[in-house]
Design a protein around this ligand. Structure first.
Ligand code: AP5
Ligand code: MG
Length: 190
């Protein structure tokens, strides 16, 4: 299993680049944001809880996220060469829980790929997407909260993964193809 964490601020291109990784490497995709939006759409209890947090740009509590993640991961079985984690982990407890969950299965994260993009570009991309996405969190006020949450709760994971020796920095500005070729260089080197 070649598991990859695709990491970055809201709007960094995690989802966009995940689609290309799936196509080229046959990886499975776990986007915790997509999982939660699906729960909201289906009106589940989890969805009802998640909606309040997402609409306010806040993170869903770690305990909830970790349980969801293990069950989604196990659902992938042996059909994929590995999994892309998109939007998870977002806190240090989540990173520790992911490491433990994978270790219990004899697996690990092979690389954490950080897409770095300047703040004004992130804002522009998300405002632009908000015109059509229908995502309740793609409005200026909520985007600002999401960026703040990223800086305070999520960005410390860059150092966390650097200490694990698997952090890779990728310049996230450029065309989708240019960025993907930088990511592919990292993956091919694993
Ligand atoms: P989530 O769905 O993960 O959203 P996010 O992290 O805020 O990131 P986005 O999906 O908005 O951006 P992205 O990096 O995927 O970029 P994309 O490729 O779409 O999480 C949403 C919420 O769910 C959280 O706020 C939280 O409440 C909750 N949640 C999720 N996971 C959680 C967890 N683990 N713990 C707790 N809570 C959790 O690109 C963005 C836009 O830019 C698109 O329009 C795209 O077309 C465009 N674009 C992409 N690349 C380029 C490029 N190179 N040039 C120009 N435009 C580009
Ligand atoms: Mg996304």
């Amino acid at each position: 299993m070649k598991n990859i964490v695709i990491f970055g601020a809201p709007g960094a291109g995690k989802g966009t680049q995940s689609d290309k990784l799936i196509e080229k490497y046959g990886l499975g995709h776990i986007s915790t944001g997509d999982v939660l939006r699906n729960e909201i759409k289906n009106g589940t209890e989890l969805g009802k809880t998640a909606k309040g947090y997402i609409d306010n740009g806040q993170l869903i509590p770690d305990e909830l996220m970790v349980d969801i993640l293990a069950s989604v991961y196990d659902g992938f079985g042996k059909e994929h060469a590995g999994v892309i984690f998109d939007g998870f982990p977002r806190t240090t407890p989540q990173a520790e829980a992911l490491k433990k969950m994978l270790a219990e299965r004899g697996h690990k994260v092979a690389a954490m790929i950080e897409l770095s993009v300047p703040e004004d570009e992130l804002m522009a991309r998300l405002i632009n997407r908000g015109k059509e996405s229908g995502r309740s969190d793609d409005n200026e006020e909520t985007i600002k909260k999401r960026l703040n949450v990223y800086h305070t709760q999520t960005s410390p994971l860059i150092d966390w993964y650097a200490k694990e020796g698997i952090h890779h920095h990728v310049e996230g500005l450029g065309t989708v193809e240019e960025i993907f070729s930088r990511i592919a260089d990292v993956v091919d080197g694993l």
